[in-house]
Write a protein of this length. Structure first.
Length: 529
């Protein structure tokens, strides 16, 4: 049997960092390796030939010989996932789709896939393989219970071109105890966190160490979802890193309450965590309560971010606009919070209602959902629009305010201010990426050309400003550089996104060219300087 597993291309987003991969770290092509497909490969019978193609790293080989083609995908990949499925089906392959979106809406693939694997695949995928071998595959394999993570095998990282990824994804636990209204994770994985054994983690890290991996991202929905298990993991990682001379640099997703546990932050630092990603979403308490993200209301968000910085750990975060409690003042409030907190990797999106989530069901009841089909599924990327009819402002106000917020945040002056605000709160020096000197020198030369010189005098001034604290603490230089690379990558994305959004607004509202030119002039005051 020949199995081809495909990860469809992701649309450009805050997390693509395309500018950084095209201009600076040209040996990298994607931020994170596709862990789901590597896990699926490990669940496949040993007698099958397996190939994984990640379209974010290499083009799809349409002529490859395969009996079965498995295509994964999140909601944002849905249109591309369908295209790929249809094309391979035409060629006579048995097409299987899976992943987060197929788990939520298996019925949306009935015309392009032979089989849908919905939910966690540890028990269902081996069943499909057996059925396929005897020529009796079903149309749907749905996991209805919860998988014991101690049953999950070590993913086949060896089938991936790991040198092309900025970080290699691994997972310790699934599920999150919280109940944010918009979250699809708890719909698919449940609210009771389940974890692997420490022995499993050790074996996986040993494999990655042998493969020369340095940067590892724990893609757990919430690494601290089960605090006692997380503490055990961090103690183990601390000891593992000591044993292996701090071989790995880690990153993880955690909920904001990580800042309420100083000992946990100290443990993260001891285990060599460079950054944590936190879903801050909004500085508005009313919006947090509305979306049932009460855990974020228990500690002031600014204080929480600063507590993390105090341990020398960087914070990446997501922000959302368009809650029912949001009115037109939310854009300024978000802007002020993001600048004040110093967060550079700040992903700002419109609130979107994914099918099967409590938010979707509430808005459906209230008749406040728009059809995705109207926009040809472009809305799946919550950067170009939303399927929600907003309450506190008009569609136009929401989209204009959102676009203007992104552009304001992307200005060089604002990037420098954020970096300075962060540096002011740093306790320990954050962990830097560890790479050979030649690579560092090459990256630096490219950064000077593409990041500094091309930016012009205004950027030189703001960059110089942001480096001032390094006169006293020169070991901060790599950290400041890294923040500029991340900030400029996001800026480049925002500029592209802004053009796309303007084009969409013209089409959607059929704005006359003259009015559009006038709006361009008005908008230009908000453009990055
Ligand atoms: S904290 Fe994150 S993972 Fe947990 S329910 Fe909320 S959005 Fe989902």
């Amino acid at each position: 049997m020949k199995l081809l597993l495909i990860q469809p291309k992701l649309p450009e987003s805050f997390w693509s960092f395309s500018w950084a991969f095209q201009k600076i770290a040209r040996d990298k092509r994607s931020p994170i390796s596709p862990l789901g497909l590597a896990t699926l490969a490990a669940l496949t019978p040993a007698t099958w030939d397996i190939r994984i193609i990640d379209e974010n790293v290499e083009p799809i080989d349409w002529d490859v010989e395969a009996n079965v083609v498995g295509i994964s995908g999140m909601a944002v990949q849905f249109p591309r996932q369908r295209e790929i499925a249809a094309r391979f089906r035409e060629r006579g392959c048995h097409v299987v789709v899976g992943g987060p979106y197929a788990s939520l809406c298996p019925e949306e693939y009935s015309d392009v896939a032979d089989t849908v694997v919905a939910g966690e695949a540890e028990y269902t995928w081996p069943r499909f393989c057996k059925d396929f071998e005897i020529g009796l595959p079903n149309a749907l394999y749905r996991e209805t219970g919860n998988v014991e993570l101690t049953d999950t095998p070590i993913p086949r990282h060896d089938l991936l071109p790991l040198h092309h990824y900025q970080s290699v994804a691994i997972q310790f636990s699934r599920g999150c105890p919280f109940r944010c209204e918009f979250c699809d994770i708890i719909v698919v994985f449940g609210r009771k966190p389940r974890a692997k054994s420490l022995g499993q983690v050790e074996r996986e890290l040993d494999l990655l160490r042998r493969m020369g991996v340095r940067n590892v991202f724990f893609i757990d929905d919430n690494l601290i979802g089960h605090l006692p298990r997380c503490r055990e993991l961090l103690d183990f990682l601390d000891e593992y890193q000591k044993r292996h001379e701090y071989r790995f640099i880690f990153g993880a997703e955690t909920s904001a309450n990580v800042a309420s546990h100083p000992e946990l932050l100290a443990q993260l630092r001891r285990a060599n965590f460079q950054w944590v990603f936190i879903g801050i979403e909004t500085p508005s308490r009313d919006s947090l309560l509305e979306t049932k993200k009460e855990q974020n209301t228990r500690l002031d968000a600014l204080l929480a971010v600063r507590r993390v910085y105090a341990h020398g750990i960087d914070v990446y975060a997501s922000f959302v606009v368009g809650f029912d409690a949001d009115d037109a003042t939310i854009f300024d409030r978000q802007f002020e919070f993001i600048v004040e907190s110093g967060i550079v990797v700040a992903s700002v999106g419109l609130l979107l209602a994914l099918p099967r989530t409590p938010l979707y069901e509430r808005l459906q009841r209230d008749g406040r959902l728009k059809s995705f089909d109207d926009a040809g599924h472009r809305l799946w990327n919550n950067l170009l629009g939303t399927n929600i009819v907003p309450l506190g402002m008009t569609d136009e106000e929401l989209l204009n305010g959102f676009q203007s917020l992104l552009l304001r945040l992307a200005a060089d002056r604002v990037l420098a201010d954020r970096i300075l605000n962060k540096l002011n709160r740093l306790g320990a020096i954050p962990i830097s990426f560890d790479q050979p000197t030649l690579v560092t020198v090459t990256y630096l030369a490219r950064f000077l050309l593409h990041g500094l010189i091309i930016g012009g005098p205004r950027r030189w001034y703001h960059m110089a400003r942001s480096f001032r604290p390094t006169l006293r603490r020169p070991r901060l230089i790599p950290f400041v550089l890294m923040n500029w690379v991340q900030g400029l990558a996001i800026r480049s994305f925002v500029q592209q996104h802004s053009k796309l959004l303007e084009r969409q607004r013209r089409i959607t509202h059929q704005i006359s060219p003259a009015r559009h030119r006038l709006e361009n002039v008005l908008y230009s005051s908000a453009r990055p300087s």
